[in-house]
Write a protein that binds this ligand. Structure first.
Ligand code: FAD
Length: 334
């Protein structure tokens, strides 16, 4: 075996990119495979004509000291900034509470900047859906995409997908498959609406009570949408589950109706309207393990489903995974 092993990471979300970045220089080659056209996973942007939206993660908070250090570095690089928007609690048009105490951060100029920045330093292969991991008797893993095309032989494989996808990929690794299979995920219908004239809502975002919606947030990005009032709407997990198989048009109308009811505004016709269903939005019962690694086979798994259902959780899981791989490399490839 060479001194420095090769590593494949499946999934270019925040956990996979964090792990890949931390492993740079420590291993021979770290290649990240992503099934989508762009990296980012649940931190991504949605384009609808001239408009764009953060339709996944909206902001993040910081609790862990290691994550504080990372966020400080991101702030120095100018890819995140504190969010000083006015965030309220809203009940049928009435502001019932105002939350100014929580320190929140957002990507600058958009959430996806965080992952775009990490991806710049990585050997990233996009539009490649890995469906088969084949363990070699002599050690290592051969990877195949959904057309059966061979994607390379790697000493170590890290599965950095959502839990449901990890179950499929890790079917030959009993401990990881079982752990991932125990994790339940919420569904989240998201509406993205642009209005040509300002709605003149005084707040920037709201946690919504007694509504099919749980969250609404104004989104401003770039000159093309200057003057337009763009809003992202997240439905509650319960409502989203109930409507998971519904037609998009029906969901769009229902979300918009709920928006008018929550804000107590008169109905306006949007200039642009889109919906997206996050079928695996947030892990309900993460496994509290930071990351998983099977040393005997050289395969691991990380992601927010290991730690906590948020950006901080995904980053810390990615770091934990990189740390375990480095220890493994020192032990087996010295
Ligand atoms: C609607 C919504 C709102 C949210 N709001 C917030 C918030 O306000 N604050 C906060 O902190 N967090 C929020 N989150 C959670 C946060 O986005 C996630 O915790 C975090 O992004 C998870 O990162 P991850 O790397 O673990 O997983 P993911 O982002 O899911 O990344 C996994 C990646 O693996 C790829 N992949 C999967 N299978 C394969 C395969 N077979 N081959 C190749 N690639 C594959 C996927 O395409 C994806 O890019 C929100 C999430 C959603 C959905």
């Amino acid at each position: 075996m060479s001194n420095k092993p090769s590593v494949a990471i499946i999934g270019a979300g925040l956990a996979g990119l964090t792990c890949g970045t931390a492993l740079q220089g420590m291993v021979d080659n770290v290649r990240i495979f992503e099934k989508d056209v762009f990296p980012g996973g649940r931190i991504s942007r949605f384009r609808a004509g001239d408009y764009e939206f953060n339709h996944g993660a909206q902001y993040f908070t910081v609790n862990n000291p290691l994550f504080w250090n990372i966020v400080s570095a991101w702030q120095n690089e100018g890819i995140v900034r504190p969010w000083d928007g006015w965030i309220v609690e809203l009940q049928r048009g009435h502001i019932t509470n105002s939350d100014m105490s929580t320190q929140r951060f957002v990507g600058a100029p958009r959430m996806s900047k965080i992952v775009e920045n990490l991806a710049r330093h990585c050997d990233l292969v996009t539009s490649t859906n890995i469906v088969e991991l084949e363990r070699q008797e002599s050690g290592g893993w051969r990877l195949f995409n959904e057309r059966g095309d061979y994607q390379g032989l790697f000493d170590v494989v890290i599965v950095a997908t959502a839990a449901n996808e990890a179950v499929e990929l890790c079917r030959s690794v009993a401990d990881i498959r079982r752990a991932a299979d125990n994790v339940d995920m919420t569904v989240c219908w998201t509406g993205m609406f642009a209005f040509e004239r300002p709605l003149n809502l005084p707040y920037d975002a709201a946690f919504v009570l007694d509504s099919p919606l749980s969250w609404i947030s104004r989104y401003h990005y770039g000159e093309q949408q200057a003057g337009a009032d763009c809003w992202v709407l997240h439905a509650t997990p319960e409502w989203s589950q109930q409507y998971v198989a519904s037609f998009r048009g029906r969901v769009m109308n229902a979300l918009l109706d709920a928006f008018w009811e929550a804000t107590d505004l008169a109905v306006h016709k949007p200039a642009s309207a889109s919906v997206h269903c996050w079928k695996h939005a947030l892990p309900i019962n993460p496994i509290n393990e930071d990351s998983l690694f099977d040393e005997s086979k050289g395969i691991g798994a990380c992601g927010d489903w290991c730690t906590a259902p948020r950006i901080e959780g995904a980053v810390l899981s990615g770091f934990s995974m990189a740390d375990r791989v480095m220890k493994y490399v020192r032990k087996h490839h010295a």
